[in-house]
Design a protein around this ligand. Sequence first.
Ligand code: TXA
Ligand code: MG
Length: 326
Amino acid sequence: MHPVPNATEIEAAVRLLRAGRLVAFPTETVYGLGANALDPEAVARIYAVKGRPPTSPLIVHVASIEMAQSLVTSWPEVANQLARRFWPGPLTFVLEKQPTIPSIVTAGLGTVGLRVPAHPIALELIRAAGVPLAAPSANRFTQLSPTTADHVRRSLGSDVDLILDGGPCEVGIESTVLDLSVEPPHLLRPGMVHNETLVAVIGAVSLGSGSKTELLKSPGQLAKHYAPRAKLALWSWKNEPELKQQVLKSGVATSRIHIIAHTHIPSDAELGRISVIPHDAEAFGRAIYAELHACDDAGAELIVVEGLPKTDEWRAIEDRLNRAAA
Ligand code: TXA
Ligand code: MG
């Protein structure tokens, strides 16, 4: 069992948040770097610590549908349907914001990203603080998101005032971001709440065009993002000799290559360090960031991830890995 924050730790976290300080907390997706969303100076601290450009809006975490409704100017019926089905959970709604949300939170946009995280510590923290918490993933800008408290500690160190340890994240990939301020709702970032599932609940969803305006609306869509230090490549191979060819062609010493496989598992240790994540999108999503962090720690120069199936349930993972490879 993982150490779980007790009442005293939550109290300490609340005191820090009220004083405008930063608290990293677990969610079901990745760890967040949290500040009081209604305090512009505290939010400015998030941008400073992350090294995040001020053009990149933050997600605001709330503990209930009512709390979300209090922060937006309109709450469409689709929001009701989706919240009932997916909240608490890894789905972020983008809606027109109330003026109570400082513009620094939304990078000057008239809309705000909102979600109720499915993690007891996150929910307890928001309730105890009594305010919504603005929180991006708790890593430096463009780097890999943290899925354990230790990842946060190693990325942000003493720049974060307190880290609540809630164990490894269950989902492991950042939330699906869906713009509900337009019709039909528009998918801004794929996540483990899949497009097909959304369509089944609300009928129609428009998909990312990847256009310039869209990039500005949702910078999580920037090409280089979610990246480990090592170079990352997605390769496919039918058999071991084929993989061996690609390894040779890369010119990287096999001692510095790390292969993450799920289906065609190599047996030859000469090819590099090999790890296996089950061929199951949920398990893969849960494990992949921790695996990439481990590759970096082991001094990998090249991380090879076995190509993924082109199906809906793998789309978010493929999106993150493509960005990490960019
Ligand atoms: O799972 C998650 O979403 C995690 C946990 C901590 O909740 N948070 C996270 O935050 O991934 P961050 O800041 O790394 O990514 C936020 C994403 C970005 O792609 C951003 O562009 C988009 O949400 N976003 C936030 N507010 C938006 C808005 N008003 N309009 C469009 N996109 C928005
Ligand atoms: Mg992030």
